[in-house]
Design a protein around this ligand. Structure first.
Ligand SMILES: Nc1ncnc2c1ncn2[C@@H]1O[C@H](COP(=O)(O)OP(=O)(O)OP(=O)(O)O)[C@@H](O)[C@H]1O
Length: 680
């Protein structure tokens, strides 16, 4: 198999730097010399593009960039290849440039250690203390198998049963769904005139994504087991409108919906009436009331207000901010603000040890500091762009191939990025894991399982993937922020953020897919050296991350003989040192590059993914632009993390053309807390 010639990926062109004419001439001369002395054919064209107007690069820097190109040739251990890969195998070996040279220095992380805000998850109070209908209590105990309440449930349920509006904030995975579902079911089953199916909605629950709609529907359905006359129903995009219309016509009493789909029906279906509505619930309220859904929410509130004036309104989220509470003023009447912040951990009120049942609304500063589950270990690693792909792959292998029962969610910033990495990993990591190497547990090779979830998938597939990953004991789910909110995926052990989120709130929701309801979990945020300051930004919101060294992640390659360098091939077991780990990392990168470069179609697919990455990068909000700015990206290095041997030539033109339209769209999404391309 040919090793990849990646010499041009060390191309000094970045978004911010363009070599002077002299530097450029010297670079060309250096390169010609390098190519002449090489036995390898010049496999690639020169990269002459820069996405954005660039600054100058010093001669020294340019020379330094080209110096690292004469490297050893490696040949990855045979891995299964598709027919189109076979041509590649017959090509003569070409030289592989170093992944480890010409990288920017990894800065020391001077992270301020902050004391995180914490909450107590469980209480000793039992559900039967609430005076609920005995059948509801027995359903909670026997069907849901729960006996004691969580803190948020203990505080919210009595307030909601009193008939008050409420703003509920508690950490991810603390049981907010039941905190509103139990009072809704209790109050509806107790209504004097028994509810008829044809009455239509008595409760409307709005959630931001289809998967969350399904999940909440499932919970409501379970609680309604003894109360068969109350009919729950779900409306969500992607389902057949006609069958939804038919269900609406028959009657749905507890309606769970995404905003967009409900607006669809309000506009086109005559069968939806809100005259009997008693409850309006906004789950993930900060997301729902944000700009992305503004128009839909206005339509819904107008429709609801036109028919019903007196109802209870509930807003819930792990990240209710002041902005949301202000918006909430429009829809809430004299609300109670519920927060389960553990005052014994609250630095702002160190003397106030008493956990108040219902806290008064908090100040802006307090609202910006989100509680994080105590059992969640957060890590960050700083990785040069060239090594990002290899590092992510190594981390996945370490956890999901060599350790048992690991379930991982990896977040990307766009649908295209999810698709790209999903296909790439399926075709490379999975096939290279096919043959168990010596010393490797036989079952390890079968442990890797990849799934993907994003807003551009057909609904049927989305639902199937969500169900499969939910019920699976292991696997890697690659996804956009469509999976960041509210999803209760059992036993997720690791959250990886390959692209940094656009706000601390989104960071909280992403990592909140693990360590739920008191379980243990871990997270890893992968940053480029130029993004290291993001750690301080997190610290300013009382988010504490500890550093994991890139070298420690790559170390797993010592255990994976699939990526053994050629020169070590004949040797039996031997201690694998740092040099060999670097070589194995290069072999792994070569596997990716070979796959991407095995056909024109794949090259253009990788370019599109790269372009999508850059477009998403331009949409970070203003307050993060000094950390995430396209000008600080080294295009050649970033290209390598897409298995491309150079930076694509026509990227700038394409980027400029699409940028305007994309910016408009993604600003809307971003402001609504979603990553670019992630659509609910
Ligand atoms: N009283 C309880 N006892 C045991 N488990 C519970 C209890 N209440 C809820 N759970 C479980 O805890 C998990 C998390 O609950 P839920 O999804 O409602 O959390 P959440 O606070 O809404 O999280 P997020 O903020 O991420 O949406 C679920 O699996 C749920 O079944």
């Amino acid at each position: 198999m040919a090793a990849a010639d990646s010499s041009l990926s060390d191309n000094p062109r970045t978004f911010s730097r363009r070599p002077s004419a002299q530097a450029s001439r010297q670079a060309k001369a250096t390169k010609r010399k390098h190519q002449a002395s090489s036995e390898a054919p010049p496999a690639k064209r020169r990269n002459e593009t820069s996405c954005l107007p660039a600054k100058k690069t010093s001669v020294k820097e340019t020379q330094r960039t080209f110096k690292g190109n004469t490297q050893k040739t490696f040949s990855p251990k045979k891995h299964s290849v598709s027919p189109s890969d076979r041509n590649q195998e017959e090509r003569p070996c070409i030289k592989t440039s170093s992944l480890f040279k010409n990288n920017p220095d990894i800065p020391e992380l001077h992270r301020p250690v902050v004391k995180q805000v914490q909450e107590k998850v469980f209480t000793s109070a039992a559900f039967h203390e609430l005076g609920l209908h005995p059948h509801l209590i027995s359903t909670i105990n026997t069907v849901l198998k729960m006996s004691s309440m969580t803190s948020v449930q203990k505080q919210s349920i009595p307030v909601l049963l009193e008939g008050r509006d409420a703003l509920v904030r508690s950490q991810t995975g603390s049981g907010k769904t039941l905190a509103y579902c139990i009072p809704v079911v209790q109050s509806l089953q107790a209504m004097k005139s028994k509810i008829q199916r044809s009455d239509g909605p008595y409760a409307l629950v709005l959630v931001p994504t289809r998967e969350l709609a399904l999940q909440s529907f499932d919970t409501v359905q379970k609680l309604l087991k003894p109360f068969t006359w109350i009919v729950p129903g779900v409306l969500m995009g992607g389902e057949k409108r006609k069958s939804e219309k038919a269900r609406l016509r028959k009657g749905i009493n507890i309606l769970i919906s995404t905003p967009g789909r409900l607006v669809d029906h309000i506009k086109s279906t005559k069968n939806i009436h809100f005259s009997r509505l008693r409850w309006l619930v906004f789950d993930e309220a900060d997301r729902i009331l944000d700009l992305g859904f503004e128009r839909d929410i206005t339509v819904i509130l107008n429709a609801v207000n036109a028919e019903c004036q007196k109802r209870q309104n509930v807003l819930l989220s792990a990240t209710l901010t002041e902005g949301v509470t202000r918006l909430a003023d429009i829809s809430l009447h004299d609300p109670v603000s519920i927060s389960v912040l553990d005052k014994s951990h609250d630095q702002l009120n160190p003397k106030d040890k008493a956990v108040r049942e219902v806290c008064p609304p908090r100040t802006g500063d307090e609202l910006d500091n989100f509680a994080i589950p105590e059992s969640l270990e957060q890590h960050v690693t700083v990785v040069p762009s060239k090594l990002r792909l290899v590092c992510l792959a190594a981390f996945i292998l370490q956890k999901c191939k060599f350790e048992k029962d690991q379930k991982m969610v990896v977040f990307f910033s766009s649908c295209e990025l999810v698709e790209f990495h999903y296909s790439l990993f399926l075709q490379t990591l999975l096939s290279s894991s096919g043959a168990p190497a010596s010393g490797q547990l036989p079952s390890a090779s079968t442990r890797l399982k990849f799934l993907r979830l994003h807003g551009n998938m057909e609904q049927e597939e989305r639902t199937a993937v969500f169900q499969e990953f939910s019920h699976s004991r292991r696997g890697v789910l690659l996804c956009t922020d469509v999976a960041a909110r509210g999803l209760d995926l059992p036993q997720v052990t690791w959250i990886v953020q390959y692209n940094a989120p656009s706000s601390p709130a989104e960071y909280i929701h992403r990592i909140g897919r693990t360590a739920r309801i008191g379980c243990h979990g871990s997270s890893l945020l992968i940053l480029a050296p130029s993004e290291a300051e993001y750690v301080n930004s997190l610290a300013s919101h009382k988010i504490n991350v500890s550093e994991m060294k890139m070298e420690d992640i790559l170390c797993v390659l010592a255990r994976d003989d699939c990526f053994k360098g050629k020169r070590w091939g004949a040797q039996k077991s031997h201690a694998v040192g740092p040099q060999e780990i670097r070589e194995r990392a290069t072999v792994l990168q070569t596997v990716f590059e070979d796959y991407v470069h095995s056909s024109e179609r794949r090259v253009s697919w990788a370019k599109k993914a790269l372009q999508s990455f850059i477009q998403a990068y331009t949409t970070y909000p203003r307050e993060l632009k000094h950390i995430f700015h396209v000008r600080s990206l080294h295009l050649g290095h970033v290209a390598k993390s897409f298995g491309l041997r150079d930076a694509p030539r026509n990227l700038s033109a394409l980027t400029r053309k699409k940028r305007k339209a994309h910016l408009k769209r993604s600003r809307l999404w971003k402001s609504a807390g979603f990553a670019a391309g992630a659509q609910p």
